[in-house]
Design a protein around this ligand. Structure first.
Ligand SMILES: [Zn+2]
Length: 345
């Protein structure tokens, strides 16, 4: 298995700067979504391995969470029903987090966040294998990954249920790289696609029908690889629990459950896939910096905040690397391969 650790914080620092500047607005948004979440039915079984959950492990931002004693998956107290997903993604201003208003920022996001994702795939499977294949990007959003692929001559087509994001992708890329589809239609596309690689970025933690999607991937013999990223149970979650005054980016709002290495393995095993490569990194130290800065600003300790920011900046990547190597950081990219005998040709 190919394993890679770390990613420079500078690549995402500018993009995430507004989390600090607009802490109040983001926190309010999370609370609004949490209020909808709390109206769903109570979760009894682990979202990943379906084992009955026992008691609660901890509280963060007034919500209860339980770590599954079998697979280590972190479960929120309620279920993400179809109704919940609908309300979160269609009826709220979800896009306000991620839409970059101008072309320069769009391209910077492609280059700093999505081209490295493609590079990891090229590194793992080899340039020829990726270039001679085809990628279906599920939940393609505003087309960032498709754009990164097409810039490097890799054949990629995206599907997305948010009409606003598809429209924005068209505006930014000038292509139809991302197609708008209904939720049912997207299942049909996954079942029938002739693409050999399926990618899902920021998808697996957000969908209510994860098992159905994985089942469709398993059924389709043309698909050989699945490449996805998932948020992980990590130090950030603990830091968030002790900073209720700060925006809880990792756990809260629409993000109600988190993966562990074991829960990802468990999920893939159920659909007869094995991990070929993983890339672990995170923004735990960036979150910590944000929480400390936020506190200092609230205490009007502005000068100390400036000193802290300058000093912390110098060592942030080193500190984060310790967490990455100990696999207690906030994100992992996985490339999984279907077991032999379950694919065509
Ligand atoms: Zn479990």
């Amino acid at each position: 298995m190919l394993v890679k650790y770390g990613k420079a914080a500078a690549d995402v620092m500018d993009i995430k700067k507004n989390f600090l500047e607009e802490n109040g607005r983001f926190l309010e948004y999370q609370n609004k979504i949490s209020a909808i979440y709390q109206k769903q039915k109570r979760r009894r079984l682990c979202k990943c391995c379906m084992t009955p959950l026992e008691g609660k492990t901890f509280v963060s931002h007034d919500m209860n969470y339980t770590l599954c004693h079998v697979c280590g998956h972190l479960n929120g107290e309620f279920e993400e029903t179809e109704e919940f997903s609908k309300q979160v993604y269609e009826e709220t201003e979800y896009d306000c987090f991620y839409i970059d208003r101008d072309r320069g920022r769009y391209d910077a996001r492609v280059e700093k966040i999505y081209t490295p994702k493609l590079n990891f795939l090229l590194e793992t499977l080899g340039e020829d294998a990726v270039r001679s294949g085809k990628i279906l990007d599920v939940g393609a959003g505003s087309g960032y990954f498709c754009r990164a692929c097409r810039q490097k001559g890799v054949n990629a087509q995206g599907i997305e249920i948010s009409g606003r994001q598809v429209e924005y992708a068209r505006l930014m890329t000038g292509t139809d790289a991302v197609r708008e589809v209904e939720a049912d239609e997207s299942m049909e596309i996954i079942r029938k696609t002739d693409c050999n690689i399926v990618t899902m970025f920021g998808v697996m933690e957000s969908v209510f029908n994860l098992q159905e999607i994985m089942g469709a991937i398993k059924e389709n013999e043309a698909i050989r690889y699945v490449y996805f990223n998932v948020p992980m149970f990590s130090l950030s979650v603990i830091l968030e629990a002790v900073h209720p005054e700060s925006f809880n980016r990792n756990l809260g709002g629409a993000h109600t459950h988190l993966f562990s290495n074991d829960s990802v393995r468990w999920l893939l095993n159920q659909y007869h896939m094995d991990i070929t490569a993983k890339w672990r990194f995170g923004s735990d130290m960036m979150d910590m910096q944000r929480f400390i800065s936020n506190q200092l600003v609230m205490m009007k300790n502005i000068h100390l905040n400036e000193i802290f920011a300058a000093e912390f900046q110098k060592m942030i990547d080193d500190l984060q690397m310790v967490l990455d190597r100990h696999e207690f950081s906030s994100e992992t990219h996985f490339i999984a391969k279907k077991r032999e005998g379950e694919v065509r040709g």
